[in-house]
Design a protein around this ligand. Sequence first.
Ligand SMILES: [Ca+2]
Ligand SMILES: [Ca+2]
Ligand SMILES: [Ca+2]
Ligand SMILES: [Ca+2]
Length: 721
Amino acid sequence: MVVGILVLSGLGAVVSSTGDKPESEKTSIAFSRPIVKEENEYTTLEIKETNGFLMEQNKPMIPSYTHTFTYPAGTEILDVKCTTKNIQEIQISKQLKPTPDAIPVSALAKSVVKESTYTLTEIYPEVWCRYDVGSGIVDNERSIILKVQVLPIKYDPIESYIEWVDEIEIEVKYELNPITTNYIDEYEFIILTQSSFKSALLPLESHKNSRDISTKIVTLDEIYGGTFFTAEGRDDQEKIKYFIKNAIESWGTTDVLIVGGIEEFPARETHINVNNDDREIFFSDLYYADVYDEEMNFLTWDTNENSIFAEYKWEGETDDVDFYPDIKFGRIACKDSQQVTIIVDKIINYENSKAYTKNWFNNIVVIGGDTFTSPYGDDSGVDEGEYVNQAVLDIMDGFIPDKIWDSNNRLSGLLTTGLDNIKSGIENGCGFLDFSGHGAPWVWTTFPHDGERQTLPTPTGRYTNEIISNLNNGDMLPIVMNGGCSLGKYESDDNCNAWAFLSNPNGGGIASFGATGLGWVYTGTGVTEGLVEGLIVDIFTAYDNGAITFGEMYTDAMNDYIYPDMGPHDYKTLMEWQPFGDPTLAVAEDSTPPEKPSRPDGPASGSIKETYEYTSTSTDIDGDELYYLFDWGDGTYSGWIGPKDSGQAASASKKWSSQGSYNIRVLAKDEHGVQSVWSDPMSVSMPKTRANDILIVRLLQKLIEISSVFESLFQPMINQL
Ligand SMILES: [Ca+2]
Ligand SMILES: [Ca+2]
Ligand SMILES: [Ca+2]
Ligand SMILES: [Ca+2]
């Protein structure tokens, strides 16, 4: 949604530097006049320069623009000032649309959508800008991240008008005190485990070292016993967290893999009071990753020192949490050495074969239905699961989609069932798999459009961990998003869906995400604007923006998601969203992309049921070999054609089966799996008739001309041809 931010101060921002004095940076954001739509009972606002919404429950939805400033670790943010330019008023006749309800996506309890409403007696929001400072890892650099959320609208519910501002200038005053980091890159990557798994992990350690990722296995005994650094901390989890801090500061560690299920490797319990319906205690590995606050102090997640961790309005208590991960991390929840060996073999094979260069990798399977239905109070008419899937496909637009949906009858079919289609989608090979619906630890499910019962996928209405464990997709291993409640709750089911993809020795997945507790999402088109499904969209965006490891996909998405004054649903989402897998896993490779391929060349018109050939060419500055994909504009693709030398044309043939106009476009990828942009489209028209049929049509038309009596008889025949 970011469209042309007008930055008035030139290329991005102006930084003035005057020796030791505080420095400052200014950025201006211009906003065009809001588009006001008054539909049904509400007014909605759109401002084209905004990139999100302020979405507080029981408050109106306000367009927002979030700007991220990044500084070296140690920088102190002294002041953030927002100055508004012209403020104008627009009278509105209907109240602003409320933020959609946040609803849990549990497979067990039916989620009832209440009609979202609010009562406001004061101008909302109170401020034009708000900000938040944290410490995290950005492009492998320890960084201070400043998020400024600009709210270009104020709403007066009593007088029924809005104020909007056409420009806001943000001025940041800061002092650069880069911390001296004598971090030698001794161990970029540490693998933490109980002793009994160590020997099964040795092949992974040497594999990573051979890929120039300096790696060390450290056992819990060594952490608790102070083998490398003096053990400190009040309990095992805190000792592990201090160990990670020491590894960052003494070894230059950026990535941490935790090995073991809840019995084999402890996790931290959280205490988030989302609302009185959800006071579930759940586990969060983000605890281990969020090592520092914005002043680079060790963050205990128990700032009120009552030894109850990660409190949010828990018996009235709240602990400060920074949320920005300071390391990239993942867990492989192995319960025995055999599982360790399965995962280690899969990782080594995935990386040695460069899975991301394979043609199957460029397939994506998306699965969804109507997450919230009208019998349970959702009157949006939106099939939320499919809506999220489509948002993912729009981001991953060089991937060939396999849409397993209720609306196309592929999730709801009876002859070829939903389960059949999911199985063949995965077993045909795909790089990514996105489930969007409801869950419990061992089952994913969803509703048909406006359905009363969770009957998808057909025929059983259940996609279970047992089905996942029986997948037989060999080396073609996807990264899996398990959208729904508790699908990553490994402490209650040691073969929960998210983990079952990894533990499968004959296929399954290479890495996955799932919630360790009850997950929350918004209803209607708000579903992609935040919470679990919004974070999934951010993870795909991070991949599309060039993340090259699994850990970067997650960390970049977190860095993107976090905003000032987050609410309880965001707290829960960010703490429960568990990455399963190796954070250093190579999911892409750096290479200069091929040039935009030439517009396809070939016949611009023709007849259906005849075969035509089209060609296109691209070049690669690195001289890489290229593969081409033709999108025929009718929902079908050519499949990847190649390898071709850089500059060598590629051709593909197509026979259209129904009449119409189609836009053909072409994409190239190089031998490293890096894709070009799509070519300009070539428009082709396929009239309804074959050459041989044209004579017949002319004859029939002649007959109609002679007498209109023939029209009712022959016109349908003409239409058929
Ligand atoms: Ca506490
Ligand atoms: Ca942090
Ligand atoms: Ca719906
Ligand atoms: Ca290249």
